[in-house]
Design a protein around this ligand. Structure first.
Ligand code: 5AD
Ligand code: FES
Length: 357
């Protein structure tokens, strides 16, 4: 090893900003990934946690310039599952031994939606009990809404900050989307007692290694429990993606950058849950395994009914569009065995960072 990787491995939050940049741009990527994987094995063991992902609707009030389901994209066939469908998929994930669930949809506000989600959460909690983890990823809401959903049974929340740089954020979103509001939502979620997860995209136009190092420092200063990050992948029907250059070389570099972010985050934070995002697999059939070997410990197998999957495309080349939940389960089981890791069946898989609080 080398002194800097040793220093990062020995204690969390040990690096200066400059050193974080150095780690992110480490010349020998293999060594970087191996160091991060060693920290992951020490802190968490050779285990992967599963979260069954239900993408229950793609109607969205937001208009992010990079996202395929932004409200101005008229090419999307919009759908919303009903409560029975969502509960059925949650039950499937429970029976499949996944131990926890993520409910995600486009961002909707308004009392009808708040009450709908509240009801679904109560039904799922009644079936799964406290041992079945329920994560929600439903965007920016009022603190009151977050509190109602927490009381209805959700106990983790994912809300990506997208970038810790407010100026870059402003370039990626219309003027009525606010970085400060997003950050304040993360703090409101903490007050409501959630395990809080956030993350960023890497490889955004105009983003620098400095920005990425600041992103990791943001995760630390907000004291996050879970991190979900992925490479930015242009979507042809979005303002940011429509004329984007997208070559095999760029894909390869984007994948590596995504892995470097995982590794640097593991080396800086040590005991948080880090997801190997599906976007990694959009860039490389083995992207998620590579993410695990670079320090991630969570995978979110899609449990959405196949007929909806094509309509929930945030980025190009989303994998598993034609697969069903059973196929994905078998596929992921084999993939994880192939790298010598075990699946934490039937475990909520709480963030160790959270458990130590
Ligand atoms: N490429 C990669 N990730 C994307 N997301 C949205 N659009 C893209 C894209 N084009 C991510 C955002 C969002 C999460 C649900 O999906 O980070 O928070
Ligand atoms: Fe869906 Fe591999 S995870 S087919």
């Amino acid at each position: 090893m080398t002194p800097l990787l040793d220093k990062a491995s020995a204690a969390p939050r040990a690096l200066t900003h400059r050193e974080l940049v150095e780690i992110l741009t480490w010349p020998d990527a293999k060594k970087l990934f191996a160091a991060a994987y060693a920290v992951k094995c020490r802190e968490i063991g050779k285990f992967v946690s599963f979260r069954g992902l239900v993408e229950f609707g793609n109607v969205c009030e937001k208009d992010c310039y990079y996202c395929g389901i932004r409200r101005s994209n008229g090419k999307v066939r919009r759908y919303r599952m009903d409560a029975d469908e969502i509960v059925r998929e949650a039950e499937w994930a429970l029976k499949a031994g996944y131990g926890s669930l993520v409910l995600q949809s486009g961002e909707l506000t308004g009392e009808a939606n708040v009450a709908f989600v509240e009801n679904v959460l109560k039904r799922i909690h009644a079936i799964g009990g406290d041992d079945f983890g329920i994560t929600i990823s439903l965007g920016e809401q009022s603190e009151e809404t977050y509190r109602r959903w927490r009381e209805a049974g959700a106990h983790r929340y994912l809300l990506r900050i997208e970038t810790s740089n407010p100026e870059l954020y402003a370039k990626l979103h219309p003027a009525d989307h606010s970085w400060e509001r997003r950050r304040d939502c993360l703090r409101a979620l903490r007050r409501c007692g959630y395990q809080v997860g956030s993350g960023v995209m890497s490889g955004l136009p105009g983003q620098t290694a400095d920005d990425l190092a600041s992103d990791i420092e943001f995760f630390a200063s907000e004291d996050l429990d879970m991190i979900g990050m992925g490479p930015y992948i242009p979507h042809a029907d979005t303002p940011l993606g429509m004329n984007a250059e997208w070559t095999p070389e760029l894909r390869k570099a984007r994948l590596e950058l995504g892995l470097r972010m995982i590794a640097a985050t593991r080396l800086y934070l040590h005991d948080v849950n880090i997801a190997a995002a599906t976007a990694l697999q959009a860039l490389d059939p083995e992207g998620r395994e590579k993410g695990l070997l670079a320090g991630a410990n969570v995978i979110m197998p899609n449990v959405t009914e196949t007929r909806y999957r094509a309509d929930y495309q945030l980025y190009a080349d989303k994998p598993c569009l034609n697969e069903n939940s059973t196929l994905c389960r078998g596929c992921l089981e084999r993939r994880i065995a192939s790298i010598g890791e075990s699946i934490h069946w039937n475990k909520r898989g709480d963030s160790p960072h959270w458990s130590k609080r």
